[in-house]
Each structure stands twice: as structure tokens, then as C-alpha cells.
Design a protein around this ligand. Structure first.
Ligand code: MN
Length: 426
């Protein structure tokens, strides 16, 4: 089925800011609370939030097989479960409804009042209930940087790294949408040179620049997903900040990996940009350095050219851009991650979330964490107000942004914005 929603020539009758992340070719999906305190599934064009529940009730999706309440829900899980064909039909229809040439809703003021909201009239919620969350470690630059810091240059990559998309099972209860604050965690750390741990607020709170993909029900228990079919089961992507307390992490991670250093908060951007919308931005990924096992070998392009940016904004200050990276740097792509995740028969459900791992590029200004940008704090970053950062300070806001751009269209993710509050008093 063609993705007519992606037609770069299409224009909308809604007024949209130039260079918006959300032109009519994007049509992401999210969940929001309206001014009338009603929760609904919606999409966004320019700076308008569009109530899909209201559109459906008013008959705009006639001819598409959808249950009556599919958009009157507080998560996208059921809609995502309907599968790729339905996502495509609905996106194509939304593009048609808001097309310049289509007068049906354009000229119906009564309907428009029920369907359109400005952004200040809505409050974005988590778009899905994340049943299971997995975080990978798939950027070679990131793994090399961290490995060099902890084990030296010669042993930077672990022997398994070039063979396995390494990952761990995370925790979904502490995933928060953009705009919700995180709190500096308390925990055990081992101070430099000490032999006994101490307990206190983490001193080394860091962000991790990641993207995460949301899956549909993909397979039954026991049956793997082949690498070349994997993208059929990926609904879309969000920006993802995998907050990390480096001092807690360093002490606790042996031998089972990340635990409390990673599960105090993980932030995501609220609009899921569909994999369909990203099709014009497919690119070749990095060439494998070593031959990969057959179940990880894929055909065609499976990487995506998505520009990523990180900003720190001190309290009452301005946004300072501290990193420029790109999703295309990932050594292991999403299809390989999903194929690997299920090769043992592990089943994946609608609304599951898979983090890419920190996305670092080749140059120093493209690293995806403070740990790397300041090289463990040895090279602090200077902000425009004259202050320095080794890691994230109390009341700093960390903002991730992401967008794709070619000569025809810009498809963006908006922001993933989180303020770090001071540790609670204990
Ligand atoms: Mn991570």
C-alpha cells in the first residue's frame, strides 16, 4: 500500500510555522489531555494538536476498519496492535483531511471547534503504556569511548561487541514524558581511593542521548522475527534521554549491569514519529568491521539520517547546544536489534520500547553523554553564562531535539525536555 501521506508536494490548509518539525508529511501519534479534561489520542500538524477521537466520531475515518473507541483511549497500545496496514490507512486519511484541496473539514467551523486545539490547550501524556523496555548499547563510538575510559584503549570494545547488539532489560515504571521533572537520586557509591562505599545524592548525574522505537505485537513466544521483516513491527520512534548516575553505575554494575543508576527516570518525547514518515530518510549504515552471523545480516538500507542535538539550559538561563549527533552513526540498526532480541524466541508486545543506546558520533562535539563530552569531567564545558559543567547540575534542564531534512521536507520529533531537581531531603 502506498504511503500517500508522505507526498512532499502536499500542502495543508492549517497555518504552520516555516521549518516546523510537524508538516503535513509528518503526522505523528500521541496522547493528550484537552482543555475539557478529556484524554484522547491525537496527531499534530504545525502547532495544532488534532483530536483523532473527535475526528472518528464525526465520521472522518469511514471506510477504515476501526473500533468505535480506538482513539478514545489513554494509550496508543490498541491502535498500534492493529498493525501496519491500519497505521498507513489512518495516516493517509489524515493527510487527505488536512490537504489544502479538501474542503470537508476546512470549511466546517463547527467540526473544527471540536477537533483542533492549540498546543497551550493540551497537556501531552505518555503515548504508550510501556510493558517492557530494553536498552541497547549499539553505538560503536560510545562503547569505544566508555571502554577506553574504564579499561584503556586496547580493551575498549568487549570481545562480544562486534558480534552481538548488546542490551539489557530496563524498567518501564519510571519512563516519563517530556516536561516532567526528574530528581537527583540517592545511592551507594565508592569514592575514589576508598575501600568502603558511602550513601548520598549522586554527584555525577548524566544524560544519554538516545532514540527509542516502539513495537507492535510482533511474534508469539518461541518464534524469532527475521531481520528483514523486523521493520514491519516497528511503529515509530521517539527521542529518549536515559538519565544515568555515573557514580552509582560504576559501583553497582558488576556483574549484572545497570540497575539503580539507570531506573530513577528515563524521558521520552511525546509524539511518536512513524517509521513510515521516516522512509525518505533511510540511509546505509556503517559497514560491519567483522562478518556478522547470518541471522543479523540484512538487505537494503536500514539506518535513518536523523540529526540529533543536546542542549543544557540552566535555571533562568538560555539554551546552550552542547552536542550534534546523528542516528545514522549506530553500528547496529533497529532491525538487527529486534532480530537479535527475539532470536531466542522472546516475544515482543504492542507498546514495548527499545532504546538505541547512547548515540555518539565520531567527533568530540558529537558525543551523546557528559561522560564523553567532558571526558569523565576532565574537560568541563563552558556555558554562555560563564559557568562550567562536568555533569548535570541541580535545576538544569536537558533538552534533546531531533529532525530529518532533505530538499523537500523536514520531519522532526519536537523536544524531550527534562529538568533535574535537587535530591530529596533524607
Ligand atoms: Mn542507555
Amino acid at each position: 500500500m502506498p504511503i500517500t501521506a508522505n507526498d512532499p508536494k502536499r500542502k495543508t490548509w492549517l497555518e504552520t510555522p516555516p521549518d516546523t518539525d510537524f508538516p503535513i508529511q509528518n503526522i505523528p501519534f500521541g496522547v493528550f489531555l484537552t482543555r475539557d479534561d478529556i484524554i484522547t489520542i491525537g496527531t499534530r500538524i504545525g502547532d495544532y494538536a488534532i483530536d483523532l477521537g473527535a475526528l472518528h466520531q464525526l465520521g472522518y475515518f469511514s471506510g477504515i476498519e476501526l473500533t468505535d473507541d480506538i482513539f478514545l483511549q489513554d494509550t496508543l497500545n490498541d491502535f498500534i496492535s492493529d498493525g501496519r496496514k491500519t497505521w498507513r490507512l489512518v495516516r493517509n486519511r489524515i493527510a487527505d483531511i488536512f490537504d489544502n484541496e479538501n474542503p470537508k473539514l476546512r470549511d466546517n467551523n463547527e467540526h473544527r471547534k471540536h477537533i483542533l486545539f492549540t498546543l497551550d490547550e493540551v497537556e501531552m501524556q505518555l503515548p504508550v503504556q510501556v510493558g517492557d523496555y530494553t536498552d541497547f548499547y549499539s553505538s560503536k563510538e560510545h562503547a569505544t569511548n566508555v571502554g577506553t575510559m574504564f579499561r584503556g584503549k586496547d580493551n575498549a570494545l568487549m570481545p562480544n561487541w562486534l558480534h552481538i547488539p548488546v542490551g539489557y532489560h530496563g524498567r518501564s515504571s519510571s519512563i516519563i514524558p517530556s516536561g516532567i521533572n526528574a530528581r537527583r537520586p540517592w545511592g551507594q557509591t565508592l569514592p575514589e581511593g576508598a575501600t568502603e562505599p558511602i550513601f548520598g545524592p549522586s554527584k555525577l548525574v548524566d544524560f544519554e542521548l538516545e532514540m527509542a522505537f516502539i513495537t507492535t505485537d510482533a511474534n508469539v513466544l518461541g518464534e524469532p522475527i527475521p531481520v528483514n521483516e523486523a521493520e514491519e513491527y516497528i511503529f515509530g520512534l521517539v527521542l529518549f534521554n536515559d538519565w544515568s548516575a555515573r557514580d552509582i553505575q560504576k559501583w553497582e554494575y558488576v556483574p549484572l549491569g545497570p540497575f539503580l543508576a539507570k531506573n530513577f527516570a528515563s524521558s521520552i518525547s511525546p509524539w511518536i514519529v512513524t517509521l513510515d514518515a521516516l522512509q525518505p530518510f533511510k540511509v546505509e549504515g556503517p559497514k560491519p568491521i567483522m562478518e556478522q552471523l547470518p541471522y543479523l545480516q540484512y538487505k537494503g538500507k536500514k539506518s535513518y539520517d536523523i540529526n540529533l542535538e543536546v542542549y543544557i539550559c540552566p535555571e533562568n538561563g538560555e539554551e546552550n547546544k552542547i552536542s550534534n549527533s546523528n542516528f545514522k552513526y549506530m553500528y547496529w540498526n533497529m532491525a538487527q536489534q529486534l532480530a537479535h532480541h527475539t532470536i531466542n524466541g522472546c516475544n515482543v508486545n504492542s507498546g514495548d520500547m527499545m532504546g538505541s543506546g547512547t548515540i555518539s558520533g565520531p567527533s568530540q562535539d558529537s558525543y551523546g553523554s557528559m561522560l564523553e563530552l567532558t571526558w569523565r569531567g576532565e574537560k568541563p564545558i563552558k556555558l554562555s553564562d560563564g559557568t562550567e559543567r562536568k555533569f548535570i547540575n541541580d535545576n538544569d534542564t536537558v533538552i534533546l531535539k531531533g529532525f530529518c531534512k532533505n530538499e523537500n521536507v523536514r520531519i522532526g520529533f519536537g523536544e524531550c525536555r527534562t529538568k533535574l531537581l535537587p535530591a530529596i531531603n533524607m
